[in-house]
Design a protein around this ligand. Structure first.
Ligand code: NAD
Length: 434
C-alpha cells in the first residue's frame, strides 16, 4: 500500500518506519528540512532503540522515503497519516495549529482521493474538522475520508509497542475506509477495535487520563504512607495482586511528565469545559502531580535547609528511561528550584543531556558519567530510573559523594541495601534510612 506520514517526530517516524518494515511503500514528510536531510542519510533525529537500523534497512530496500515537499509526499498515496504535534496551548487546550497547517497543505497538494488517518492526539470532533478544513481548501474535487487511529506507543519501546501493542483503535463513520485502514495493519496480528470517530478520539484521552490517575493515586498514597510509617512498595504490591487493579503504573515517584500525560490531562479538562462539564477527578490528578514534582525539593530542604553553594549531583534528566525526550520532565522543575535556592547543579543523563541544555540553559554543568557526577558532591538526587543508574553500585555513592546522602525520586534501590551501604537514603513513600 502507498502511504504518506506527515510529521516525523516520535510517533510519525516510528509509524512510517514500522509500516515500511511490513512491506508498505511509505513517504515520511516533515517541514523541518534539517530533519529530512538527516533521515535521508539514515540518521534518526530522535533517540529510540532499534529505530536507526530499521530505518536504514527500509531505505536501502526502497520502501522508505523522506521529503519536505507535500506534492512529492502525497503523489499517488491512498493513505495519509497525520502525526504532527498537538502541544498544550496557554489555556490548557490542545493547540491545533500544526494540524491545521498540515490540513491546508494536504488540500493544496492533493492529487487523488485519499483516506486521511489522524494519529495525533486530538480533541473529540477534530477529525470532522480535518475533513471540513481539507475540503474547504481543495482546488479540485477529490473524495476525502477521515479515520481516527490514535497512537498508544511509549517512547523508549516505541518499535516494540507498534508491533506488540495491546490494541489498534480505528474509528470512522465510513465503513469502507475502516476496512481499508484495517488492511494496512493486517500483518501486525494485533487486536483491532473499530469504532465510531468520536469514541476513537476519546479512547486516547481516556486511556492517558486513566494512567495519569493511577500515578497520582499511588503518589498520594505514598505521601500518606510516609506520614504513617508504611511502605508504598509493599502497599502497591498488595494492591497490584488484585487483578481488578493490576500491578502496572503503581510506582510511587516524582510524578508523571513527558510530552503526553501533562498535556493530555489538561486537554481533557478543557474538552470538559467546552461542554460545561467539570472533570473534578482529572483536575485533582493534575494538582496532585504538580505537587508531587516538587516533593523531592521539599524533602531536600527538610534535611538541608540552606542550599546556598551546595553541590548537587543529579542523576537522570529525561522524563523516563530510554528516551531523549525532555518535554515536561520533572527534572526541569527540580533543577530550577535547586538552582534558585542557591545550589550548584551537576547533572548526568546517558541520552537526554543534549536536549536538556535547551530546557535548562546555563542552569547546570553536564557530566559524562555517573562517577564524575557524584564526585565531591554534598548530596545526590535521582530523577530518572535509567538501567545504568539502578545498576550503579551503592558502595560507589559512598565513595564518590562528599556526604553519603541520596534523595531518590524513583525508588531505585531496596531500603535495606541502601542502609547496609551506609547511605542516608530518602525515597518516595518509604521510610528514610541512615
Ligand atoms: P513531535 O513534536 O516529536 O513531532 C512532530 C513533528 O511534526 C515534528 O517533526 C514537526 O517538525 C512536524 N510538523 C509540524 N508541523 C508540520 C506540518 N505542517 N507538516 C509536516 N510536519 C510538521 O510529536 P510526537 O511526540 O511525535 O507527537 C505527535 C502526536 O502524537 C501528538 O499529538 C502526540 O500527542 C501524539 N502521541 C505522542 C506519543 C509520544 O510518546 N510522543 C504517544 C502517543 C501519541
Amino acid at each position: 500500500m502507498k502511504i504518506s506520514v506527515i510529521g516525523t517526530g516520535y510517533v510519525g517516524l516510528v509509524t512510517g518506519v514500522c509500516l515500511s518494515e511490513t512491506g508498505h511503500e511509505v513517504t515520511c514528510l516533515d517541514i523541518d528540512e534539517k530533519k529530512v536531510q538527516s533521515m535521508r542519510n539514515g540518521i534518526s533525529p530522535i533517540y529510540e532503540p532499534g529505530l536507526d537500523e530499521m530505518m536504514k534497512r527500509n531505505i536501502e530496500e526502497n520502501r522508505l522515503f523522506f521529503t519536505s515537499s507535500y506534492e512529492e509526499g502525497l503523489a499517488d498515496k491512498e493513505f495519509v497519516f497525520i502525526a504532527v504535534g498537538t502541544p498544550q496551548s496557554k489555556d490548557g487546550s490542545a493547540d491545533l495549529q500544526y494540524l491545521n497547517n498540515a490540513c491546508r497543505s494536504i488540500a493544496e497538494s492533493i492529487q487523488n482521493d485519499v483516506i486521511v488517518i489522524t494519529k495525533s492526539t486530538v480533541p473529540v470532533g477534530t477529525n470532522e474538522h480535518v475533513k471540513r478544513t481539507i475540503e474547504s481548501h481543495m482546488s479540485r474535487d477529490f473524495s476525502i475520508s477521515v479515520v481516527s487511529n490514535p497512537e498508544f506507543l511509549r517512547e523508549g519501546s516505541a518499535i516494540h509497542d507498534t508491533f506488540h501493542g495491546d490494541r489498534i483503535v480505528i474509528g470512522s463513520e465510513d465503513e469502507e475506509s475502516l476496512e481499508r485502514v484495517k488492511k494496512i495493519y493486517q500483518s501486525f496480528e494485533l487486536p483491532i477495535l473499530t469504532t465510531d470517530l468520536r469514541s476513537a478520539e476519546m479512547i486516547k484521552y481516556a486511556s492517558n487520563a486513566f494512567l495519569a490517575t493511577k500515578i497520582s493515586f499511588i503518589n498520594e498514597l505514598g505521601n500518606l504512607c510516609e506520614r504513617l510509617g508504611a511502605n508504598i512498595e509493599n502497599v502497591a504490591k498488595g494492591m497490584g495482586m488484585d487483578q481488578r487493579i493490576g500491578s502496572k503504573f503503581l510506582n510511587a515517584g516524582v510524578g508523571y511528565g513527558g510530552s503526553c500525560f501533562p498535556k493530555d490531562t489538561n486537554a481533557l479538562l478543557s474538552i470538559g469545559n467546552s461542554v460545561e462539564y467539570n472533570m473534578s477527578i482529572i483536575q485533582s490528578v493534575i494538582d496532585t502531580n504538580e505537587k508531587q514534582q516538587r516533593i523531592i525539593v521539599d524533602k531536600i530542604k527538610q534535611f538541608i535547609p540552606d542550599l546556598t553553594n551546595k553541590k548537587v549531583g543529579v542523576l537522570g534528566l529525561a522524563f523516563k528511561p530510554n528516551t531523549d525526550d525532555m518535554r515536561d520532565a520533572p527534572s526541569i522543575k527540580v533543577i530550577r528550584e535547586l538552582v534558585d535556592s542557591g545550589a550548584d547543579v551537576y547533572a548526568y543523563d546517558p541520552i537526554a543531556a543534549e536536549n536538556a541544555r535547551i530546557y535548562l540553559p546555563g542552569a547546570t554543568v553536564y557530566r559524562e558519567s555517573i562517577d564524575e557526577t557524584l564526585q565531591d558532591m554534598d548530596f545526590a538526587v535521582i530523577m530518572t530510573d535509567w538501567k545504568q543508574i539502578k545498576e550503579y553500585p551503592l558502595d560507589q555513592f559512598r565513595t564518590q559523594l562528599k556526604n553519603p546522602v541520596v534523595f531518590d525520586g524513583r525508588n531505585c534501590f531496596p531500603l535495606a541495601e541502601a542502609a547496609s551501604h551506609g547511605l542516608q537514603y530518602h525515597s518516595i513513600g518509604r521510610p528514610s534510612v541512615g
